[in-house]
Design a protein around this ligand. Structure first.
Ligand code: ADP
Ligand code: ASP
Ligand code: MG
Length: 442
């Protein structure tokens, strides 16, 4: 069985955790392992590049110093014979960052800075695998993970170039690669977006013809609600690709939203596992039947902006919505939820980078109102319209919460509700208490 395993930041966040991960890789017989940067690294790198751009060299220097300490400690605690080589590797990475900020006179490349986290973590980890007596080979993901001008991964090229490195070689080799990072269409180092290592693992897992992709993190699988916000959540043992994709899309942080699609297309099961507790069952995501419970899980996505568009021209007209959506398409801004009435359409977006341009282009033919700081709450389950009373159960649970938008009917697998973010916690908790019997974990 060919397995691709991915370990997130916490899983490789310390020397002790890296040791545990090496054991998991060996016992699972993982052909390919995809790693994130040690926890906190990418946030620190974002801070460094932000500080540098703002001319705050002191903060940039101090944060580089913090990273030096963090990685030196890990190297000291983890490595033996390779300590010197790993320290040199770390100094190279920190010098690349410092050079980008303090020496190079052009525009600071935050992508180059961000990439150092995964590059350094994977290098240290690979030394550890080798010192533990394994045949471990470090791959450099930007050599085979390329994106097109729209930022979409070139899966055909990935298939060819990763297979050329991995297939037909000694079956005892453990390949170690970086998640998150890639090369963009201009040949510059780039990334797949925050949390993108899960997506890297899915794409690489498909590329090498894996039988299973395992996403190892710090919790025992997909829970029925966000455990960071809600008391008494429980893990879901099995779920379908579609359900998992929906939950990830609507904010379940455990999975990057793009992770499921490549695995679903290739028919590769995805298993979510806890690296802190390898014996725990986790969650198996497969092509299987959706479970028959009315309500399976809830996810929430913050940072949602509502754009309310009003125009008398919409009344009995055709082509109006097309005109509206063309503007969003022109500015490459995805729309999540949409509701319509006689002369109004409300839609939600989570990227406001081009909002000013969008409003400018919409204004000649409609009135536009913007409402920020909202959260989409998505309830996933078997919400069949023929099963009368399910919507009532949902709303009964949150009758005290002001609801701004509702979306249901595109499928009968989910209902999405828009609320102001200030009501998120009590909404998620109320739904959890009302829709699930959390004490028996079902
Ligand atoms: P990694 O660094 O391994 O990629 P993440 O922090 O990205 O890990 O994702 C794991 C975290 O996702 C968990 O620690 C948990 O707090 C959070 N999370 C949010 N929603 C869910 C959910 N529905 N089920 C499980 N974990 C969730
Ligand atoms: N290290 C990256 C991040 O923090 C990618 C990942 O962890 O998936 O976003
Ligand atoms: Mg993650």
């Amino acid at each position: 069985m060919i397995k691709t395993l991915k370990f997130g930041g916490t899983s490789v966040g310390s020397a002790a955790n890296m040791r545990r991960v090496a054991g998991i890789i060996a016992s699972e017989g993982a052909r390919l392992t995809v790693l994130s940067a040690m926890s906190g690294t990418t946030d620190a790198l974002v801070k460094i590049s932000g500080a540098a751009k703002a001319g705050d060299n002191e903060t940039a220097k101090a944060t580089i110093g913090m990273l030096r300490e963090k990685y030196s400690t890990c190297i000291d605690e983890l490595l033996g014979a390779n300590q010197q080589a790993a320290t040199e590797r770390m100094e190279d990475a920190l010098a690349t960052i410092a050079n980008e900020i303090f020496t190079y006179r052009g525009e600071v490349s935050d992508k180059l800075i961000l990439a150092q986290g995964e590059l350094l973590t994977s290098a240290i980890f690979c030394y550890h695998m080798q010192e533990s007596g394994h045949k471990a080979v470090l791959l450099t993901s930007p050599e085979f993970m390329h994106t097109d001008p729209e930022g979409k991964p070139d899966t055909a090229r990935l298939g060819r170039e990763l297979a050329a490195r991995v297939t037909g070689t000694d079956p005892d080799i453990f390949y170690i690669a970086q998640g998150f990072i890639c090369t963009d269409a201009n040949g510059n180092i780039s990334n797949l977006g925050r949390g993108g290592s899960d997506y890297s693992a899915a794409l690489m897992g498909v590329a090498i013809g894996s039988d299973e992709v395992q996403i190892w993190t710090d919790i025992d699988g997909m829970h029925n609600n966000d455990p960071r916000v809600v008391d008494k959540t429980f893990p879901i043992r099995r779920m379908s690709f579609d359900e998992a994709a929906e939950l990830a899309y609507f904010g379940a942080k455990i999975l990057h939203p793009a992770t499921i699609q490549p695995c679903k297309e290739a028919g590769i099961n995805v298993r979510l596992k806890n690296s802190m507790e390898p014996q725990a069952e986790g969650t198996l995501i497969s092509d299987g039947e959706d479970n028959a419970m009315d309500f399976h899980a809830i996810a929430a996505k913050d940072g949602i902006t509502v754009v309310r568009i009003t125009s008398a021209r919409m009344l009995m007209a055709y082509g109006f919505l097309r005109k509206v959506f063309e503007v969003f398409e022109k500015y490459r801004t995805p729309v999540d939820m949409i509701t319509t009435s006689e002369v109004e359409v409300s839609l939600t977006i989570d990227s406001t980078c081009h909002l000013d341009e969008i409003i400018r282009e919409l204004s000649p033919f409609c009135t536009v109102e913007v409402d920020r700081d909202n959260t989409i709450v998505c309830i996933v389950g078997c919400i069949d319209y023929q099963h009368v009373g399910l919507a009532a159960r949902i709303f009964d649970g949150i009758k005290e919460v002001p609801i701004k938008m509702i979306s249901y009917g595109a499928n009968h697998r989910s209902m999405a509700i828009l609320i102001a973010t200030e009501h998120k916690k009590r909404t998620l908790q109320a739904l959890n208490d009302h829709l699930f019997d959390c004490d028996c974990g079902k």
